[in-house]
Design a protein around this ligand. Structure first.
Ligand code: UD1
Ligand code: UDP
Length: 378
């Protein structure tokens, strides 16, 4: 019997690892345990509940307004204790968060194999996204198995000298998750779903046209975030026939300036982070999306929603190349220009989605688990 430990800590890691956990738990010659660093609390709980993922070890790390030193050092020390206790044959991490980096490092120090889901994404700017670009590059040095979502991310790893035998192109597990959620949405009583959000959303929600917004990147805190919020404010005022629904990230560096800048605009609805089901429902109903989120850039294809990426660089260039995502940075003039361009042609936005989904077909977790098994059980 082999022993696998999945380590996750934030909302996107849970969304993207849930399909891998579900698939691993079906294997009878592998024991799969899940450790949460608790880097996120409420936002993680929402996802774990939806996917019914049970946490075996909770390091309960989150503190209000935590900094990178806190989460890096505490996570590393606490993971050492867990690794000593379970002695896993392999540790599985996802993406580029501090949880993913510290779990890989803690495993590497004990010479435990590391499997990295969503490997090889690169912006080639070490300060954008910050600290994620550095985190994911560090993980690639330590990983034994690199699950690259696209050919492009696999090429990045090859160019950096990662051994070809350690790289597998699998698609992104986010597609597995969203397809699963889409099925649940289809069979769900929408009235029931709306009850969970009714305090926040406009009346006649289903019939109203709205734009969905999320922002949270660390490298934009301060002046750049202010500029993006100003652009959103001006766009909302200039487009009173649209609503703007914005589930605000709980990070105080985001929440405070957002509340201050946007809370008095009639057609902007600032709401708490939504559970995955509700958020995906909103994505399915919205007209377009303004975001700096990594996951949202990958998900919007499923519902054919055009997206303005409020970042200077993206590691999801596949979405830009496919033609449905537009990299607009934080410059208000550029954000407004692109918004106006897309919104004017919104009736024909399906034309932007002519190419196949660059992030895969929803079978990534099955591929990943097969490779993990081949690697562990020889
Ligand atoms: C983290 C990740 C980022 C990822 C993002 C997803 C790092 C360095 N950053 O950024 O890569 O894109 O998660 O959302 O790994 N908070 C709560 N409740 C929660 C979650 C957060 O109150 O459930 C607040 C707390 O005050 C916390 C703060 O947000 O201290 C920051 O959380 P943290 O995980 O450090 O940074 P994120 O911006 O969420
Ligand atoms: N998401 C969610 N509720 C929200 C906002 C986002 O469930 O209110 C989901 C979204 O669908 C995506 C993930 O959270 O799968 C993205 O998380 P985030 O933007 O925080 O992190 P990133 O992907 O940028 O690392």
């Amino acid at each position: 019997m082999k022993n696998i430990l999945i380590v996750l800590g934030t909302r996107p890691e849970a969304i993207k690892l849930a399909p891998v956990i579900i698939e691993l738990k079906k294997q009878n010659n592998i024991e799969t345990l899940v450790c949460s660093t608790g880097q996120h609390r409420e936002m993680l709980k929402q996802v774990l509940e939806i996917f019914q993922v049970k946490i075996d070890f909770d390091l309960d790390l989150m503190k209000p307004n935590q900094n990178l030193y806190d989460i890096t050092s505490t996570s590393l020390i606490k993971l050492k204790v867990i690794f000593n206790k379970i002695k896993p044959d392999m540790v599985v991490v996802q993406g580029d968060t501090t949880t993913a980096f510290t779990a890989s490092l803690a495993a590497f120090y004990k010479k435990i194999k590391v499997a990295h889901v969503e490997a090889g994404l690169r912006s080639y700017n070490v300060f954008s996204p910050y600290p994620e670009e550095a985190n994911r590059r560090f993980i690639s040095i330590m990983a034994d198995l690199n699950f690259a979502p696209t050919k492009n991310s696999a090429k990045n790893l090859l160019d950096e000298g990662v051994d070809r035998k350690k790289i597998y192109v699998t698609g992104n597990t986010v597609v597995d998750s969203i397809i699963n959620i889409k099925k649940q949405l289809n069979s769900l009583n929408i009235k029931k779903l709306k009850e969970t959000t009714k305090d926040y959303l406009p009346e006649k929600f289903d019939n109203e046209k709205f734009i969905l917004i999320t922002l949270h990147r660390r490298e934009k805190f301060g002046v750049e975030l202010e500029k993006m919020l100003q652009a959103i404010k001006e766009i909302a005022i200039a487009n009173p026939h649209y609503n703007f629904i914005y589930p605000v990230h709980l990070n105080p560096n985001v929440k405070m300036p957002v509340d201050k800048k946007l809370n008095n605009i009639d057609n902007i609805y600032l709401i708490p982070p939504q559970d995955y089901l509700s958020f995906i429902y909103m994505m399915s109903k919205c007209v377009m999306i303004l975001t700096d989120s990594g996951g949202v850039q990958e998900e919007c294809y499923i519902f054919k929603k055009p997206i303005l990426v409020l970042r200077d660089v993206t590691e999801r260039n596949e979405a830009i190349k496919a033609g449905y995502a537009f990299l607009v940075g934080s410059n208000p003039t550029k954000i407004k220009k692109y918004f106006n361009k897309i919104i004017k042609s919104i009736e024909t936005h399906e034309n932007l989605f002519k190419q196949p989904n660059p992030f895969g077909d929803g079978h990534s977790a099955i591929k990943i688990v097969k490779i993990i098994k081949q690697n562990l059980i020889k």
